[in-house]
Design a protein around this ligand. Structure first.
Ligand SMILES: [Zn+2]
Length: 621
């Protein structure tokens, strides 16, 4: 309204918050002398300046009404003190203008184009968020009236006109680089001007300098120039734009902040974004979904800080917990969640320990069994692990660390702990040391423990490296020097179908064994023999894979017969006249058949004869 009626932009408040003469008004229109120096800041709900204005209006009979009222009022977010508005001269970067004379696009369109075409945003919605921020941004006000910060390097002549010259600003930058930014505030105008005035300068001479500082987003937004473009270790030779960061990574609030200021400054300075990819994450929140942050002082006192957790659980578990959470949403920090992850950690650690402890006599160079000659069970687990490896590497490539966590913990819990490791114990502990079956299983254990270390290395940094050192043939390197090693091993379609059938049969056997255990008919499943009756495919599969099925069910004996039920009958092995072998704990009918070994079965006799020490077995059950 003031501007519509031709009033000047009138700002009679000085930097101390007191009334002062304003340059905008001629002498005759300045405020009365007695008002000068009165503070507009409130003390005890009143300000001297307000009282003076009211008094002046009353004197001139211009006051229509006076009343106190409550209303919301802006406060400094940091110090919580009330803020006044003042009309000030400010510096801007224009956003809606053509950035470079040779180009036809406005700077805003150039930025929008870079957002669409030149940067990958993870998650994808980051693109919309920064696009919205850039679309709605007004011209960028880059000057601040703060008592600290990077000085805005502008000089003024005696008439108050600015002196802006690229050569002078370059010299100011050099002076500041040598002396620090305080030199701008410490030196007088004359001293500064003498330092930076070009010898052939023909323009106006400086009479004043700016006291403004730069918007702090200029400081952080120019990190590409100050860090990426300057540090040799971050460049990749002479490749154009090699200074670009592979990734900028920050919270969701930075689409309006750092991501945007970095993009705009780099586009203005280099014509290209400073990043190839931008990854955004949610915030840490406590169990009540309250943000844990540094501006909330209480955040430091809470036990749910990274340092406290690292102390309590160790860095690897904290990393595993961070990886396990979907960072695209806010992350709830709670003891319950981290406890759950530490259980997973123990499962993974036990898996590595199990695999390594069964490789103590295995030399891959001498003993490895070629893929084509692996036993069916080993082929099955190797195919599963190869698929896992591919999935996990793909999840890493997509920065979906929670998927890495889910896939690995699922495989470790189900395929390895609940199935494979349990089944192969018998082979590993009781087969002759150098038998094909045992070496076959050791071959896949070796592949898997090597692969697991590689897959876990980015997250379980210490654990994976520690396990790596125990690999057979360890050559003194670190797992962190290893490359991804994606295999191609897969089962034939017919093998896949066979396993599906075998696991279905195993499932019903386990249910029947569990019932027998509950009824106290048997103790462990090895104490039992089972009879399986089936027809069709199930019968064929069971007849052709009886040995494998016995292993899968971990029983002492299995007989297959033709019948309609497709069901199991469990009975104690002792009722068949079988005797428990002291070495492998299987109930067999040939225990004691060798007079030299009256307490063990024929299979164990063969094993003991091959490796007189008794194999790796005895202590293991
Ligand atoms: Zn035995």
């Amino acid at each position: 309204m003031g501007r519509q009626n031709g009033l000047p932009i009138y700002s009679p408040v000085n930097d101390d918050g007191a009334f002062a003469y304003s340059n905008e008004l001629p002498v005759g229109q300045q405020m009365p002398a007695e008002m000068l120096g009165k503070s507009i800041l409130e003390k005890h709900g009143k300000s001297d300046a307000n009282e003076m204005v009211l008094h002046e209006l009353r004197l001139r009979k211009a006051l229509l009404h006076q009343e106190n009222y409550h209303h919301s009022y802006p406060h400094c977010w940091r110090s919580k003190t009330p803020i006044i508005f003042r009309a000030m001269d400010q510096w801007f970067i224009r956003i809606d203008h053509v950035a470079v004379p040779q180009k036809s696009e406005t700077f805003r369109n150039e930025a929008l184009d870079a957002i669409q075409q030149k940067v990958e945003w993870i998650p994808e919605w980051g693109r919309n968020r920064i696009e919205g921020a850039v679309k709605s941004r007004p011209d960028w006000c880059i000057s601040r009236q703060r008592t600290w910060g990077v000085p805005l390097p502008a000089f003024y002549d005696a008439q108050g006109n600015d002196i802006l010259d690229a050569a002078i600003i370059r010299r100011v930058a050099d002076v500041i680089e040598r002396n620090g930014s305080n030199i701008w505030f410490e030196k007088s105008v004359a001293e500064l001007w003498a330092l930076v005035r070009p010898a052939d300068w023909s323009g106006a001479e400086a009479a004043a300098k700016s006291n403004d500082t730069l918007d702090v987003w200029i400081d952080s937004g120019s990190s590409s120039r100050a860090v990426l473009m300057r540090r040799k270790e971050l460049s990749h030779g002479d490749v154009p734009l090699s200074w670009q960061a592979d990734m900028y990574l920050e919270g969701t609030d930075q689409h309006r902040g750092w991501f945007q200021s970095s993009l705009l400054l780099s586009l203005a300075g280099n014509g290209a974004p400073p990043f190839k990819t931008v990854l955004t994450h949610g915030f840490m929140v406590d169990a009540d979904r309250e943000k844990i942050s540094k501006s909330k002082q209480t955040g430091y006192e809470k036990p749910q800080t990274a340092e406290a957790y690292v102390k309590k659980y160790g860095a690897d578990i904290v990393r595993l917990w961070v990886a396990s959470q979907d960072y695209r949403n806010d992350i709830v920090v709670s003891d319950e969640r981290i406890n759950k992850v530490s259980e997973t950690y123990r499962g993974i650690r036990n898996t590595l320990r199990y695999q390594l402890s069964n490789l103590s006599d295995f030399d891959p160079a001498k003993h490895a069994v070629p893929e084509a000659r692996l036993t069916p069970l080993d082929r099955w687990i190797l195919a599963g692990f190869t698929a896992l490896y591919t999935d996990v590497v793909n999840a890493y490539e997509r920065y979906e660390f929670h998927v890495v966590y889910q896939k690995i913990s699922q495989f470790v819990t189900v395929e390895l702990s609940a199935i494979f490791h349990d089944i192969v114990k018998d082979r590993l502990y009781t087969d002759p040391v150098g038998s094909h079956r045992r070496r076959s299983t050791q071959t896949v254990l070796h592949s898997m423990v090597t692969g697991l270390c590689e897959l876990l290395a980015p997250i379980l940094v210490f654990t994976a490296d520690e396990a790596w050192e125990f690999l057979p043939g360890y050559a003194g390197d670190s797992v962190h020097e290893a490359q991804w090693n994606i295999g191609t091993f897969a089962l034939e379609e017919s093998e896949r179908a066979l396993w599906e059938t075998l696991f279905k049969i195993r499932e019903s056997a386990l249910a029947e064994l569990e019932r027998a255990r509950q009824a106290k008919t048997i103790g462990k499943s090895l104490d039992a023999v089972v009879r399986y009756s089936a027809v069709g495919d199930n019968l064929t599969v069971a007849q052709e894979n009886t040995g494998l099925l016995r292993e899968l069910c971990n029983v002492s004996g299995i007989t297959i017969e033709k019948g309609g039920e497709g069901s199991f009958w469990v009975s104690p092995a002792a009722t068949e006249g079988r005797v428990k072998c002291e070495r492998c704990w299987h109930w067999e009918s040939d225990v004691g058949s060798d007079d030299n070994h009256p307490t063990i079965c024929a299979r164990c006799v063969a094993a003991v004869k091959e490796s007189p020490a008794g194999g790796p077995a005895d202590a293991q059950h």
